[in-house]
Design a protein around this ligand. Sequence first.
Ligand SMILES: [Zn+2]
Length: 171
Amino acid sequence: MVYPIVKYGDPVLEREAADITEFDTPELHQLIADMFESMYAAKGVGLAATQIGISKKIAVIDCSNGEREAEKIVIINPKILKSEGRQTGEEGCLSIPGFREEVRRGKRVTVRAKNEKGEEFEMTGEDLLARAFLHETDHLYGKLYYTHISALKRDLMKRKIKKMQRAGEWG
Ligand SMILES: [Zn+2]
């Protein structure tokens, strides 16, 4: 099923999610399938469970937009082990629709996580994948990408969103 995406303002986005402790269950497999479906429907390259209102440490990523099966990645209880180099580029978030900001991130990032069977793995990604690892792992710790932009830009963004919320255009 396709879940609606939770938007900025919902407290679930700003608290740390719980670790996943049960693996290889029908519920977990269903959640992963639903998360991919919801991500593709929203045209994102990454989706954290908190963005569909589920406060658990799991995220899905696919930088190929559903083109290549091998690029479907599930990270459970992820931790960033290493972030090297720098990249600057525009970043957006499905939970903050209509906004994009320049965000500086590591260029080569190694994540340690578990797969759906509970097996630990490490994976290194560059460029967009590196950005996705950082962005989605941040989500699972209650952190949104605006924490990485200047206070001035962040305040402007929040003011615009408040205005839209008041006008009933945010949902
Ligand atoms: Zn996001």
